[in-house]
Each structure stands twice: as C-alpha cells, then as structure tokens.
Design a protein around this ligand. Structure first.
Ligand SMILES: [Zn+2]
Length: 354
C-alpha cells in the first residue's frame, strides 16, 4: 500500500512538470478528459509533446483523479473554479480533501455527480504562476496528490507607465496629496479590519446555494482593474466594480450571508461587508447608510444599504468588491461562475459569459 502511494505521487510529480496532470486522455476517453486535455494544452505548450510520448505506466495513471479549471485562461485578479473528477475506487472511499491556492485554503464540496468543486483565487499581484495543490485522502489510508499550475507572464515592478485602460480623472488635490500619518494609520487599520473579515470567512460554512446577483441592476461605470490616473499620475488599479446610482437607491446583498462588518472608512466611506462563507466575502462601499447591522443574516437580494458618496469618491455610486480569504478578485466572477448551467459539463473550460 505504501509503495502504491509512492508511485502515484511520483507520477503526479512528473506530470505536473507540464503544468497539468494526469496525462490520461487515452485511459479515460470521455468528453471530460477531452476538455481536460484542452485545458492542459492552454496551460503549457509542451503538452502535445508530453502526450505523444510512449507511456508504460498507464495502468497506474488510471487510478489518479483529474482536475480542471474554469475559466481556462483566468485573468489576473479573478476567481476560478476547480473541479476534481475522482477515479473510481470500488473498494475505497474518500475520507478528506485538503487543498490550497495562492496561500488560501480551498473548500471543496461534492456536486450531484460526485465531482468535487471549489473556488480559488488568482491574486492581483500574480507573477510567473499560481499553483493549486490538493490532497485526496481515502479511508484505506492511501492518498492522491494533485497539483495545478497556471502560468502567467513575469511582471517586473511597475515603472509608472500609463496602462491602456487607464482612466484620466481630474480631482481635488485632497485626493492626490499624501495623507498625514494619522490618516495613513487609519487607512491601514481599516484595511486590516477588511482583511480579517476575509480570513474569518474561511471558518464560516458556505451559506449560499443559489447563483450570485449583481448588487444593483444599473449600468457598470468602471470595471475591475481599470487603472486610475489622478491629475496625470497613475495611483492605483481599481479593486472592484462601480455601479451607477443616486443617493438613496437600494444596494442589495449579492447572495445569502452574514453581515461581518459595518463601518465608516476613510477611503471606502460607509461600508458593509457580507461573509458568504467558504472563504467568500463581498463589500459594498460609499453608502449613504447601511440598513443592516453586524451579525445579521441577509438573504440574496435583500437591501443592505443605500447608494451614497461617502469616503474618497468623485460622486455617488456603488463600489462592489470581493475577496477570497485575503485575495481581492473581480466580483463579476462570482456571477459568471455560479450562473453557468449544469450543461456546462460538456465544455467545462468554456470562457466567461461576459
Ligand atoms: Zn470603485
């Protein structure tokens, strides 16, 4: 038994060199395996060569589960879904699944077909690659180790160029002037509070079962990641999605969860953070006021606050943010990944619905 574990681990390690594993298309000639091969092809250009190589260990490789990624080419700062299809083990049962991606724990749940699914984050500061590792432990004491590496270009430290999508805003000096040290301390303290909410969300069970909703049905005025140029100087990338709105318009919870934080922040103004569990948190910024309090359980679509212009803003709107643990990601990913119909199995690596 111990020897078999070692063999699986060794094969897994070798396969991971090509950025994906296991190379088992021949052993599992299903639609799913075909899609997995497609993913691997995208993930690493040497995949074709690896597939063409004669393989004398197929009998062992058929024991290994497969892991696929949705979307297949996730952008920087995006949420992904990992799907593990387990190999059939007639005389053994799964005892535990543990995994991590970008330093955050993964929360796998079995779907109707027995596949294991979890969200994972691609950090906004990713460079070179992001790696997911999963260990499936069985009642017999055996285990499968899975590793998925998604390559990204190496990103040198920014030198201050203006990105193609940057928006040029002319605003009061109060926004570009360096804040005094007390204000800097306040900003850091509030950032720590928000990070702590994300950390604690890993300890909350998944509280939603339906797809995520937009917090407002209005027009998106600024998407995630668009650069901000204040008075000709690039200051930061946009860590959320802005929705149009007038003061007093309703802001709705994107899904069921518990209100983890209601605060009045220097940058974000009046904020509400909702902990949806399984590591997922959404934030609603610049509110005129929150209409919920910490500890409230909110339902999907329930009003939680009113649009406003509090904090560092140039006008009233809703800024919607999301975190997986401590990693900020584009909240639209929650809508895209949870809205996909079940028929997606035929093309699990399909690009986003956007
Ligand atoms: Zn915003």
């Amino acid at each position: 038994m111990v020897a078999r574990i070692a063999i699986v681990s060794r094969i897994v390690r070798r396969a991971s060199i090509i950025g994906f594993f296991p190379p088992m298309t021949r052993a599992h000639p299903s639609r799913f395996a075909g899609a997995a091969a497609l993913v691997a092809l995208v993930l690493h250009p040497t995949f074709v060569a690896a597939q063409a190589r004669p393989d004398s260990t197929t009998s062992v490789e058929t024991e290994a589960p497969t892991i696929t990624l949705t979307p297949r080419q996730p952008g920087i700062g995006s949420l992904v879904r990992l799907t593990i299809r387990r190999a059939s083990r007639p005389s053994d049962s799964l005892a535990a699944v543990a995994g991590s991606m970008a330093g955050e724990p993964l929360h796998f749940q079995a779907d109707d077909s027995g596949d294991l699914r979890a969200f994972g984050p691609v950090p906004i500061e990713v460079s070179d690659s992001v790696v997911a590792r999963v260990v499936l432990s069985y009642a017999s004491g055996e285990a499968d180790s899975l590793r998925l590496a998604i390559p990204y270009p190496h990103r040198p430290t920014p030198t201050g160029g203006r990105p193609a999508r940057a928006r040029r805003l002319r605003v009061s000096r109060v926004y570009t002037a360096r804040p005094d040290s007390l204000t800097e301390q306040r900003i850091e303290r509030e950032a720590q509070q928000a990070r702590a909410v994300g950390r604690r969300a890993h300890d909350t069970p998944q509280l939603w079962s339906q797809p995520f909703l937009r917090p407002r049905s209005s027009r998106i005025t600024s998407g995630f990641g668009s650069g901000r140029v204040f008075n000709g100087r690039l200051t930061s990338s946009h860590g959320g999605v802005d929705f149009a709105g007038q003061p007093g318009d309703a802001v709705r919870a994107a899904n069921r969860g518990v209100v983890a934080l209601v605060g009045s922040f220097f940058l974000a103004g009046n904020v509400v953070y909702v902990d949806h569990g399984a590591g997922v948190v959404t934030g609603y910024f610049h509110l005129t006021e929150a209409t919920v309090t910490e500890g409230d359980t909110v339902e999907r679509g329930q009003q939680i606050g009113l649009v406003g212009a509090t904090g560092r803003v140039t006008g009233p709107h809703l800024h919607w943010s999301a975190r997986y643990g401590q990693q900020t990601f584009d909240p639209m990913g929650l809508i895209e990944l949870t809205a996909e119909p079940r028929t997606t199995r035929r093309a699990p690596a399909r690009a986003g619905i956007r």
